[in-house]
Write a protein that binds this ligand. Structure first.
Ligand code: FE
Length: 207
């Protein structure tokens, strides 16, 4: 067992088994609908889980002082927003720029900045993503519909239990004057892992 990857986001096997048994029992008794359970997990992976990260990114977009603090001392900057992890790991924030695009992976398991992003998506934990993110990061991003121009350098960061990463995506164009709350809606979980850019404002949207 490697020293770097214990204390990961994956629960111990016996807990997983107990949860599975409990879910089966509830479904069997007709107390829960398995589709409702899946929908709840989806909600945690896509919406509730990453909401802290979305707020951190939107604040960095509107407040240059906060952004510098976030890049220099992320644990303190994030603690100022009262988001604190309980595993004691360090966090590093990686800023996407016109020259650099950052992509996060955990090659050995599923280390993930869960206090900011919630549960890791299934694909993040999958062996193909873990292998391909390092070997062919542009190819991986293309599968998410993301084309990174050749003029940009792509940097891949391998998470461990001691060091987690959060990507600070570039602020989308045509969002001058937007309020922090509006900007949060353009920040996606995937953009904070680095497989996508932040969303662009809808051309006809009401924002
Ligand atoms: Fe890991």
């Amino acid at each position: 067992m490697t020293k770097d990857h214990h204390g990961d986001t994956a629960p111990p096997y016996d807990i997983k088994l107990s949860v599975k048994a409990l879910e089966s029992l509830l479904v069997e008794k007709g107390l829960v609908d398995p589709e409702a359970v899946d929908a709840l997990i989806e909600l945690f992976q896509n919406d509730i889980g990453p909401s802290n990260g979305k707020r951190v990114v939107a604040r960095a977009w509107v407040d240059g002082g906060f952004k510098r603090w976030l890049l220099d001392d992320p644990n303190a900057a994030i603690a100022s927003m009262r988001y604190v992890g309980s595993q004691g790991e360090q966090l590093r924030v990686l800023e996407n720029t016109a020259d650099v695009h950052n992509l996060v992976v955990c090659t050995l398991c599923s280390c993930y900045p869960w206090p900011l992003l919630g549960l890791p998506p299934v694909w993040y934990k999958s062996p193909p993503y873990r292998a391909q993110a390092v070997a062919d990061p542009r190819g991986v991003m293309r599968q998410f519909g993301t084309e990174i121009g050749e003029e940009k350098e792509v940097r891949v960061w391998d998470s461990t239990s001691e060091m987690r990463y959060l990507v600070l995506p570039q602020r989308p164009p045509d969002t001058e004057g937007w309020r922090e709350e509006e900007l949060q809606n353009l920040v996606t979980r995937n953009s904070m892992i680095g497989v996508e850019d932040a969303q662009r404002p809808a051309k006809t949207g009401t924002s």
